[in-house]
Design a protein around this ligand. Structure first.
Ligand SMILES: Nc1ncnc2c1ncn2[C@@H]1O[C@H](COP(=O)(O)OP(=O)(O)OP(=O)(O)O)[C@@H](O)[C@H]1O
Length: 590
């Protein structure tokens, strides 16, 4: 119940629907108790007394009871359905909103398939339980209590005799719960494995095909599909065993009632009408007993689902605004960045940056060069405040970024990544993503600067072409140019190009960079690149190795030193005429 209490905010504001659903179900159940009484009246007072003139009135009463009962049943379904859907709607929104604000640290460990199943299957279990399950559990107790009291009032001796099999019914129902709960869990797990396999397969289809591993993928899927089928069959088997067992026990109960009740009728202590009524009432006891295992299971399942949903909702947000954080106004930002002795390690890892210093005056261009895992992307992540640093500080225009509202900090920065993610929408919407009101002219201007306009115009629908979630149908370079246009449209004070031109050829890179010269004016630009050609115009180039700065300076000054920069230059420019002259310069300098 603790879980339900914690989820209260989602259903309590619609509590009138919950109460309406419970009251309507109770009324509908209570009206069901009228039938056995009508039957008793029909047999004892109408048929046996030969008072047939009552038959039409009785028939009309039955129709009226049925109509009112059906109305209550409808109202129960209506209010329960509405409640369940509203709760699911509110929770879905809350979960999605939370997912937007959870920090990078959370996503470093999160699994897409698992999150998807929480947002779908778990929400569905909660919707069902809050909409219907809760009222139905209450109804089980109400039916049992109403039925037992009425039967005791009619004939307590017969009631006690018939109840002999009840403990067996309850025992079997509870045993079922113990069996189907792990059964359902196994199905959920198998289902999650199955969806993960499909999801990974679709994401990695290019890799699968390039390695010609389709048969292996089919086999892998077949194994998981087999597991899914197996767990479903296992559960069906449990149900298949359960129903005949319950049927048998119910029949024994009915048989005892008929034998004992029959004897009571023969010796005159009970009327035939009462026996028939009793016969109807007994189902009021048996039916909820049969369902009790199922309802308990629904409850435990929705409780487990509730826990999984709450785990996300209660997840700690590592990076958030301070209470007195200041909002930056774009016109006041000039874009100077300083890293002051920053040391940072990802959770449970060696430091990715150690005593990192950097001074980037507004409008300067900083190049970051270094091998794989040397910490280049980490510098950028920290500037965005994707993670909190514990040692050192990062300043934007002299203000510690921890004192700035994250949203306004990130509004000043635009990034172009090595891997471009495009949303499944039109090219126009993808380019306009970073801003609310953008004119077509601005989109075209940004595309022209990013050298994307020409190829976009060659597409059949131009800017209205819909691209897939990974920009299917576009080349790597084309996707990257769209990403560059998307960054430009933000008109950022700080521009970050994280290996941004790696997917375009040298000639296009040159063209894009020519566009950048114009664009970088008045912006602080960080360029992470493996190609020296992308960095050589930078005001300062930092060479990183295992999170430490091993060299820093301009292209010209770095070429005069021996070290990682010159080694990289040597590899990339060995067949270039400039190379020989620099080699000579270094020889003289050393
Ligand atoms: N999200 C993360 N969680 C844990 N460790 C990380 C994470 N991102 C990077 N690292 C680790 O931090 C170190 C620096 O990584 P970083 O991505 O900054 O390097 P990089 O220089 O950008 O490399 P590359 O050129 O390959 O992109 C590496 O040891 C890496 O394994």
């Amino acid at each position: 119940m603790n879980v339900l209490k914690q989820l209260k905010q989602f259903y309590w504001k619609d509590r009138y629907l919950l109460f309406a659903s419970i009251v309507c179900l109770m009324c509908s159940t209570a009206l069901g108790l009228v039938y056995p009484h009508l039957l008793r009246f029909l047999i004892d007072d109408v048929i046996r007394q030969e008072q047939y003139q009552w038959v039409p009135y009785l028939a009309l009463t039955v129709v009226a009871v049925v109509a009112v009962k059906a109305t209550f049943a409808f109202l129960h379904g209506f209010s329960g359905g509405r409640l369940g859907n509203r709760v699911a709607f509110n929770m879905r929104n809350a979960l999605y909103e939370k997912l937007q604000y959870l920090s990078f640290q959370y996503y470093d460990r999160a699994k897409t398939g698992d999150l998807m199943s929480r947002l779908t299957a778990d929400l569905e279990a909660i919707r069902q339980f809050i909409g219907f399950g809760f009222a139905q559990i209450l109804n089980v107790f109400i039916m049992f209590t109403f039925g037992t009291i009425t039967m005791l009032l009619m004939d307590w001796k017969l009631t006690l005799v018939t109840f002999v099999t009840m403990p067996f019914l309850v025992f079997t129902a509870l045993r079922l719960e113990r069996k189907i709960h792990p059964g359902f869990r196994a199905i959920r797990l198998a289902n999650s494995n199955l969806t993960t396999a499909v999801q990974e397969n679709i994401n990695g289809m290019r890799t699968v095909k390039s390695f010609a591993r389709e048969p292996y993928e089919v086999e892998k899927f077949t194994v998981r599909n087999e597991e899914y089928k197996g767990s479903n069959i296992h559960l069906s088997q449990t149900w298949a065993n359960y129903f005949p067992m319950m049927e048998l026990l119910s029949s024994v109960c009915v048989a005892i009632l008929l034998v004992t009740g029959g004897m009571f009728v023969i010796n005159g202590s009970m009327s035939i009408g009462e026996l028939v009524a009793f016969f109807s009432f007994i189902w009021y006891i048996i039916a909820p007993m049969r369902d009790i295992g199922f309802h308990i299971n629904n409850y435990t399942q929705s409780k487990a689902s509730g826990e999984r949903v709450l785990e996300i909702l209660n997840q700690y947000v590592h990076v958030k605004d301070k209470d007195n954080a200041v909002a930056l106004r774009p016109e006041q930002v000039s874009g100077s960045i300083r890293f002051d002795e920053v040391t940072f390690a990802y959770p449970d890892k060696q430091p990715a940056l150690t005593k990192f210093d950097l001074d980037a005056p507004a409008g300067s261009v900083i190049g970051l060069l270094g091998g794989t895992g040397s910490g280049k992307s980490t510098v950028i992540q920290l500037m965005l405040r994707a993670y909190n640093i514990k040692e050192g500080r990062i300043l934007l225009d002299g203000k510690d970024i921890r004192d700035i509202k994250i949203e306004t900090l990130r509004q000043q920065i635009a990034l172009v990544f090595q891997e471009t993610f495009l949303f499944s929408s039109t090219i126009r919407n993808n380019i306009a993503y970073g801003r609310k009101d953008v004119s077509d002219e601005e989109i075209i201007r940004a595309s022209k600067l990013a050298k994307a306009h020409d190829f976009i115009m060659e597409l059949p629908l131009g800017y209205d072409t819909v691209v897939g979630e990974r920009g299917m149908g576009l080349s790597g370079g084309q996707k990257q140019r769209i990403a560059i246009a998307r960054a430009l449209i933000k008109d950022p004070k700080i521009l970050i190009l994280d290996d941004a031109t790696s997917a375009v050829d040298m000639e296009t890179e040159h063209e894009i960079q020519a566009g950048f010269q114009e664009l970088m004016k008045g912006r602080t630009t960080f360029i992470i690149a493996h190609r020296i050609s992308s960095l050589k115009h930078a005001d300062e180039i930092l060479v990183l190795d295992e999170g430490r700065i091993v060299q820093r300076g301009t292209h010209e000054s770095l070429l005069k030193q021996s070290g990682a920069y010159f080694e990289t230059y040597k590899i990339q420019y060995s067949d270039h005429p400039d190379f020989t002259s620099h080699k000579e310069e270094r020889r003289v300098a050393n």
